[in-house]
Design a protein around this ligand. Structure first.
Ligand SMILES: *Cc1c(COP(=O)(O)O)cnc(C)c1O
Length: 395
């Protein structure tokens, strides 16, 4: 009998434990399956954890981005700036409201939008109205928020941080240590609780903000655009009355999933410590593979909780293609992934905006590979990944 292939170590995966399951079971036995008391409890706990005044839970990270566009009332024909190295949703949310996307280039070694690449993108906005700049905290490292924020403000735009990779990350600008999602430099920050993200609810998302007005608009647009007028008004005295000034969506996160979110959030410190320990182990284990394989560059202000262990591989010098490497790693039980194909190269955006040349994004894409990183990895797994890389690269 041929040997069965080794179990594949995925690039990311959730950690669901017995108490998470018990929390969901309890929510299933309670009175509310969807909007109940756990939604607000999850929001309050999340806001406190990231250091923002308000948090609004929603159906997923894509809905969080869409809600952010709706809360800002971004109009058709207005512009948002998005780095090309991100997940599709960061760009798509602008199209949901009819806005146009200007793709910013990224630093080729960190994958992050920088003040220089933002300045270049600003030149391409032309005389259209720029409404929002959406930095992405790729891998878990946070962009230069003060630098980007100053440029955005000069251009009359606000920032919306797409922060799903950075839950738990801290950053120190000057002498001030801040938390990813505290929205000190931005109007809002968005999160996702997809199973590969730092905490998981299956599908799930969150928007954080310090602006009570934006939080209220997010809540209204999350549930069909329905409001209850003041009880002092004629109709407001009727207990069944609601009004819809403009149509919203059903982007609610059910109580069942908020129960899981609360249970997961209570473990965040443990997940953070484990991800940091694994990242450190990777630094040691991958050091001998330089310069063929290097870990993506970490900006000096960032103390990340890495969501992704992105390495940059010099495929030409290694004499191997990425496809060959991915397949050879897989044959040794090591999964990997590419984050991301530059969004400006997607057929939809090429058809809409033509062929852009963004050399930083192209250089990042040509070299990047995400290696397994998730809290349930065994201590020996990092070493196993490094050994597999060495063997395949002939080091
Ligand atoms: C995961 C992710 C999203 C989308 O979140 P979903 O919950 O999958 O909709 C958006 N942006 C980034 C950067 C992400 O990593």
């Amino acid at each position: 009998m041929p040997k069965p292939p080794p179990a594949i170590l995925p690039y990311g995966r959730q950690t669901i434990e017995d108490d998470d399951i018990a929390a969901v079971t309890a929510a299933l036995r309670a009175d509310f399956l969807t909007t109940g008391p756990l939604v607000e409890r999850f929001e309050t706990a999340f806001a406190e954890r990231v250091g923002a005044r308000h948090a609004v839970a929603c159906a997923n990270g894509t809905a969080a981005l869409h809600l952010a566009m709706l809360a800002l009332d971004v109009q058709p024909g207005e512009v948002t700036i998005v780095p090309s190295i991100t997940f599709l949703a960061t760009a798509n949310c602008a199209r949901y409201v009819g806005a146009e996307v200007v793709f910013a280039d990224v630093d080729p070694d960190s994958g992050l939008m920088t003040p220089d690449t933002l300045a270049d993108a600003l030149k391409r906005v032309g005389d259209r109205r720029l409404r929002a700049v959406l930095p992405v905290h790729l891998r878990g490292d946070v962009a230069d928020l003060p630098g980007l924020g100053a440029l955005a403000a000069d251009a009359g735009a606000v920032m919306v941080e797409d922060a799903p990779h950075a839950l738990g990350t801290t950053m120190t600008y000057g002498n001030v240590t801040e938390r990813a999602g505290d929205a000190r430099h931005s109007a809002m920050a968005t999160f996702s609780f997809h199973p590969v993200k730092t905490i998981a609810t299956g599908e799930g998302g969150m928007v954080t903000t310090n602006d009570a007005g934006l939080a209220e608009r997010l809540r209204v647009m999350r549930s069909h655009g329905m409001i209850r007028p003041a009880e002092s008004s004629e109709e407001g005295a009727d207990p069944w009355w609601y009004e819809m000034p403009e149509p919203g969506f059903n982007y609610r996160l059910p109580d069942i999933l908020c129960a899981l979110g609360l249970s997961q959030l209570a473990k965040l410190d443990r997940f953070v410590a484990r991800r940091r320990a694994l990242a450190k182990a990777y630094e040691t284990a991958l050091a001998p593979l330089a310069p063929l394989v290097r870990i993506a560059a970490q900006p000096p202000w960032s103390d990340p909780v890495l969501h992704l262990m992105c390495v940059l591989v010099d495929f030409e010098a290694a004499g191997i293609t990425r496809r060959q490497l991915v397949e050879a790693l897989r044959a040794r039980g090591v999964g990997s992934q590419v984050h991301y194909i530059p969004v400006h190269r997607q057929p939809y955006y090429r058809a809409r905006y033509g062929d852009l040349h963004l050399p930083g994004a192209e250089a990042w894409y040509a070299r990047c590979l995400s290696l397994p990183l998730f809290p349930a990895m065994a201590d020996g797994d990092v070493e196993r990944v490094a050994e597999a890389l060495k063997a395949v690269l002939g080091l």
